[in-house]
Design a protein around this ligand. Structure first.
Ligand code: FES
Length: 127
């Protein structure tokens, strides 16, 4: 069973933006819609977006974010698990402090996007 919020399930999400088809606008507005519901968010979880879907993950120490997410039934997209393909890229909305600093592979693949909250789920380790 897929454990994710969908764009349509978020109150206040603009369907106009959904139809615009612009990934950046979509992610920005989607993340704002998720964070507006912060009172319902669990402070101990990591919230992230991948390919227009929001996921919540309970951090499990010493695992990668990807492995932890998959173990918990979240169907994050991935391919190589080596930090080279970029398919596991996620936008962190909340809970970045539960992750180790970006490693060299993430910095190489994502460059300045790391500063914007993007991470490679296969390379991000949970504390
Ligand atoms: S799965 Fe390829 S970079 Fe993470």
């Amino acid at each position: 069973m897929k454990k994710s919020l969908t764009i349509g399930s978020l109150k206040g999400y603009s369907t106009k933006s959904k139809e615009a088809g612009n990934g950046k606008i979509l992610e920005k507005e989607f993340s704002e819609a998720v964070l507006k519901q912060q009172k319902n968010l669990d402070a101990n979880k990591i919230y992230l977006i991948q390919q227009g879907r929001a996921y919540s993950i309970h951090p499990e120490p010493d695992m990668t974010l990807l492995d932890s997410a998959l173990k918990q039934g979240n169907e994050l997209d991935f391919k190589c698990k080596k930090g080279t393909c970029g398919r596991c890229k996620v936008l962190l909305l909340k809970g970045a402090s539960s992750l180790s600093e970006p490693n060299e592979q993430e910095k190489k693949k994502l460059d300045s996007q790391v500063a914007q909250g993007l991470r490679l789920a296969c390379q991000s380790r949970l504390k």
